[in-house]
Write a protein that binds this ligand. Structure first.
Ligand code: NAD
Ligand SMILES: O=C(O)C(=O)C[C@@H](O)[C@H](O)[C@H](O)COP(=O)(O)O
Ligand code: ZN
Length: 361
């Protein structure tokens, strides 16, 4: 694929903004930033330093000041000390409410940049430019921003909508293959919870589906963003429906915490989805065939499906801090069938452990 159309997927409801998907589309940044912006802070990781510098150079003549904030890579960016480093730059450069922040990087950076934008002066303009598959299909799209704490994943944050999101598929050229595949955990998630067409595309030819240069890849990115945009448009603040986007995350986040945030999110979520599938089967509805489909698809993406047996007590303790828990009661998203998610609450610990035994290594 040499040329591609620019697709715009809109998030509506409480907020209204577009998610652009195309190739070589960073010239759309000023249009998405909108008028009146004078100063811009581009928050990025070292891995996309060259893109950040080129973007700054391209914007420099058009704005009063364009600054770079290079932050630590991956989950190390999602710490309060790093947010404070960004706040310090904004303070020292006198950023006002008409100035803007650009998040440029993987999901960890867009989560951090979003949180900084939400908190600086109680909210300044934010444009997200995700550079990983996961950032494009999920993290940058729905306005969930946040950082981790010692106690758990994403425990501090805000719902804060961007002015727009720019998914330039050319930026994926430098993304390592294992990161591409980790991002596909969230694409598969959208397939399991709402869009079985995603699963069909993955099953038809996983090599083409996961090759960022193919039309199939672009289609999958658009389908996954479409699922997220539809859900977020209906329930931005997670009053109910939005919880389905957390499929696989109750255990997945506990695994990330157990691994001290050294694992990729998508890798942990893969195990979490396999667990949720087993739980769905035990809760009485999900068929053996659907559970096997989870296993086949996640395996075809070379994602893991199991976690050591002895880790269960620690995982169970961490899951108590999951944001879906209510009054000390854990709640999971499970499927009755592919495309039919629901909340499963009030499950006793023995059933939870029984399901874990199915994925324990
Ligand atoms: N806010 C949300 O709704 C939401 C949704 C899903 C995930 N998340 C969060 O997103 C994070 C995971 O995102 P991720 O998988 O992108 O991880 P990440 O941000 O850690 O990026 C993965 C790795 O890829 C590198 N990278 C990114 N783009 C690159 C590029 N173009 N070239 C070379 N290297 C590149 C990064 O520097 C990093 O080393 C987690 O913190 C997760 O909690 C948030
Ligand atoms: O957008 C959502 O809502 C999601 O749950 C998407 C998830 O993929 C994402 O990992 C999110 O950050 C998890 O949110 P949390 O509220 O469980 O921290
Ligand atoms: Zn996720």
């Amino acid at each position: 694929m040499t040329e591609s159309q620019v697709t715009e997927i809109r998030v509506t409801g409480e907020n209204d903004y577009g998610v652009l998907v195309g190739r070589g589309i960073l010239d759309r940044v000023p249009e998405v930033l909108g008028e009146r912006v004078a100063k811009i802070l581009i928050v990025h990781t070292p891995t996309v330093g060259r893109v950040a510098t080129e973007l700054r150079d391209a914007l420099q003549g058009q704005y009063e000041q364009v600054l770079l904030a290079e932050v630590p890579d991956a989950e190390s960016a999602k710490r309060v000390e790093v947010a404070a480093f960004c706040w310090q730059i904004l303070g020292q450069a006198d950023f006002t409410r008409t100035d803007a922040i650009i998040g440029l990087g993987g999901g960890a950076v867009t989560d951090l940049a979003g949180f900084v934008a939400a908190t600086w002066l109680r909210g300044v303009r934010l444009v997200q430019i995700p550079t990983s598959v996961l950032g494009m299909v999920d993290a940058s799209v729905g306005g969930k921003t946040g950082i981790n704490t010692t106690e758990g994943k994403n425990l501090v944050g805000a719902f804060y909508a961007p002015a727009g999101v720019i998914c330039d598929l050319e930026l994926l050229e430098s993304l390592p293959r294992n990161e591409v595949l980790a991002g596909f955990a969230e694409i598969a998630k959208c397939g399991f919870i709402a869009e079985p067409g995603i699963l069909d595309l993955l099953e038809a030819d996983v090599a083409r589906a996961t090759d960022p240069t193919t039309p199939e890849f672009k289609r999958l990115v658009e389908l996954a963003i479409g699922v997220k945009a539809r859900v977020v448009s209906e329930d931005f603040r997670e009053g109910g429906l939005r919880e389905i986007l957390n499929y696989g995350h109750t255990l997945g986040h506990a695994i990330e915490h157990a691994e001290r945030y050294q694992w990729r999110h998508g890798v942990a979520i893969s195990i979490g989805m396999m667990y949720a599938a087993e739980l769905g089967r035990m809760a009485g509805a999900l068929s053996d065939a659907a559970v096997d489909r989870h296993r086949r698809i996640l395996t075809s993406l070379t994602l893991p499906l199991s976690y050591p047996a002895g880790r269960w007590p620690g995982l169970l303790a961490t899951m108590q801090r999951d944001k879906k828990a209510r009054a000390g009661m854990l709640r999971f998203i499970v499927l009755d069938e592919i495309g039919k998610p629901r909340v499963l609450a009030g499950v006793d610990d023995s059933m939870l452990q029984f399901a874990y035994q199915e994925i324990a290594s």
